[in-house]
Design a protein around this ligand. Structure first.
Ligand code: PLP
Length: 280
């Protein structure tokens, strides 16, 4: 989220008498956004900030965990996350009333009565105690997982960093990146092949890699919605690739990924896999 665009937009909407009801900064790929300017703007207009920290468990912003700065923070324990309960997540806030209400809504909004009574509409959103137990157990290995992810990233930088046209997602000065995902951008002209050429070569070697997130404003479901900015996100989507980043990847696995990318650079795009002699 670009704080300058946010400031302009909030100011314009406030002047029109329609300030946003909430602002949701998203901490992407394991790194916190620059929260301070966003919090300052929102505080000025009294707009609650709900942090989407689904991808940033284990990261830091100025020495503190992203997800704990706003009115509330949300985390994901989906199967692809750094620790997982197979599905589900966590809501955090230091507002006790908000948490009590969220807990009630997540538990079918049951009123305190011996019979089932409901004064508002609720949901069946609570995490089962079995999954919560698995999650709590994994919290203890969070730091190890972060270190493993960071080692993956360092390996990619050491082995691919010299290739022309490959750039790595920078770690900001304000905190720690967990490297939940190791992200690169590919400048086709400098590298000699495109992001998609690399992705397809990896796929042919049975290695899954994905483009960076498709921006919200390009999602068909949001066609016609108002959008502010977006050019940078479009460029990142066109050029960006998330490399295999699992906490349990062995050095041989990482070396296979690197080998394919080096081959695409040397041999060029669209050449048969056999030419790459990818070890399985
Ligand atoms: C930034 C972000 N927000 C929200 C979610 C949704 O979390 P969940 O899958 O636990 O619903 C995810 C990923 O799954 C995510 O990466």
């Amino acid at each position: 989220m670009d704080p300058l665009l946010l400031a302009e937009t909030v100011e314009r909407k406030a002047r029109q008498g329609k300030p946003p009801k909430a602002v949701v900064p998203v901490h992407l790929y394991g790194q916190s956004v620059d929260l301070d300017p966003i919090l300052t703007i929102c505080k000025h207009y009294d707009i609650p900030v709900i942090e989407d920290a689904a991808e940033a468990l284990g990261a830091s912003y100025k020495g503190r965990a992203p997800g704990t700065f706003g009115k509330a923070g949300v985390f994901s324990f989906n199967g692809n996350k750094i620790i997982t309960t197979s599905g589900g997540g966590m809501l955090v806030s230091d507002d006790g009333e908000l948490i009590a209400h969220a807990r009630k809504l997540a538990t079918q909004a049951r009123d305190p009565a011996p019979h089932y009574q409901h004064s508002e509409i609720g949901y069946n959103y609570r995490m089962s105690n079995v999954l919560a137990g698995i999650g709590r157990g994994q919290l203890q290995v969070l730091e190890e997982r972060v270190q493993a992810r960071r080692r993956n990233f360092d390996f990619y930088v050491e082995t691919l960093g010299e290739l022309p046209g490959i750039n790595f997602m920078p770690e900001s000065t304000w905190g720690r990146h967990t490297r939940w995902l190791s992200c690169i951008t590919v400048n086709e002209e400098a590298f000699g092949a495109s992001r998609e050429d690399i992705r397809l070569a990896l796929e042919a070697a049975n290695i899954e890699a994905r483009p960076l997130w498709k921006p919200m404003h390009l999602q068909p479901v949001f066609a016609g919605c108002e959008c502010v900015g977006g050019r940078l996100a479009e460029q990142l989507f066109a050029q960006g690739l998330c490399l295999p980043s699992g906490s349990n990847l062995a050095e041989d696995d990482l070396a296979r990924v690197v080998h394919v990318i080096q081959c695409v650079h040397r041999i060029g795009a669209g050449k048969p896999l056999a030419a790459m002699r990818v070890p399985f």
